[in-house]
Design a protein around this ligand. Structure first.
Ligand code: ZN
Length: 282
């Protein structure tokens, strides 16, 4: 009897070690990429898209953390952010102007974080998260200065372990006429989901046998307003459990960041290099 119990315990611990797949969703560029609020029609479209994104999270009962570009909050979009936070999701800073730290002084960059802080303070959840635009953490001069600033102001940097590169698929959507976009989303869907899955397998492979926690990067854009539900279901069908960013940071998988001249892209896995300059941000 004892033997059976020991054997069962052994099997349970083996399976939970070997098959634990955990992932946190992070959504950049809130409130909504390329959204306009200047006419009643645009307001309606933006509201519908934001609600679809939010409802995909609520309906699937998964946690998420959103990163807001403080300078991109159009009139009427503050309510989107409050809705997001009031639904129980976390909100962090993604700066005011979405600058690239690999291309500017630490001083100017820090001033931009401070500017965002003034706007976003009423929205922040705890801990106060920060996500670098373009995942650009600066060079050997700027990096320590910005990191020190973030530490002193109680920011916790939110890394990424899986990059969906959704902006590339989203760009394709904007190339088709406005009225055809909804149909085109579903044409893009198989390739987009397959790409995210490929990126996921790559991240898991990089982590080796370690039971690490993944952090997915997607954007608050048109594409995901239609397909976030499918992304969540794909992960669930493959045995993943959704966790908060805070939980993921206890043991994250290897993190990604944008290359600098000093640290060129690690392309040893033979994949395409990361071109964060191509982020579709307006
Ligand atoms: Zn961004």
């Amino acid at each position: 009897m004892k033997k059976i119990i020991y054997l069962s315990l052994f099997l349970i611990s083996c399976s939970s070690f070997g098959q634990t797949r955990e992932i946190a969703i992070t959504i950049d560029d809130l409130p909504l990429v390329a959204s306009k609020m200047d006419t009643p029609g645009n307001q309606q479209r933006s509201t519908e898209r934001f609600n679809r994104l939010l409802n995909a999270l609520i309906d699937n009962q998964v946690p998420a953390t959103g990163f807001v570009i403080a300078g991109a909050i159009a009139n009427g979009q503050w309510a989107f952010l409050e809705q997001f936070r009031n639904a129980g999701f976390a909100i962090g800073s993604h700066t005011y102007s979405h600058f690239n730290l690999n291309r500017m002084s630490a001083e100017k960059y820090i001033a931009d974080i401070e500017r965002a802080d003034k706007v976003l303070t009423p929205l922040f959840t705890q801990p106060k998260y920060f996500r670098y635009p373009y995942l650009a953490e600066g060079n050997k001069t700027t990096k320590p200065l910005v990191q020190e600033y973030l530490n002193q102001h109680n920011y916790v940097v939110a890394p990424v372990t899986i990059d969906s590169k959704d902006f590339q698929f989203n760009e394709q959507l904007y190339k088709v006429p406005f009225r055809s976009r909804e149909n085109y989303v579903y044409k893009l869907k198989p390739a987009y989901l397959a790409y995210i899955w490929k990126q996921t397998l790559k991240a898991e492979k990089k982590a080796g046998d370690q039971p690490v926690k993944q952090i997915l990067l997607i954007h608050a854009n048109l594409l995901n307003s239609y397909l976030l539900d499918d992304i969540i279901k794909m992960y669930k069908n493959n045995g993943y459990t959704f966790i908060t960013l805070t939980e993921a940071l206890k043991n994250p998988a290897p993190t990604l960041n944008a290359p600098t001249k000093e640290t060129p892209v690690d392309d040893t896995d033979g994949d395409d290099s990361i071109e964060y300059d191509e982020f579709a941000f307006i």
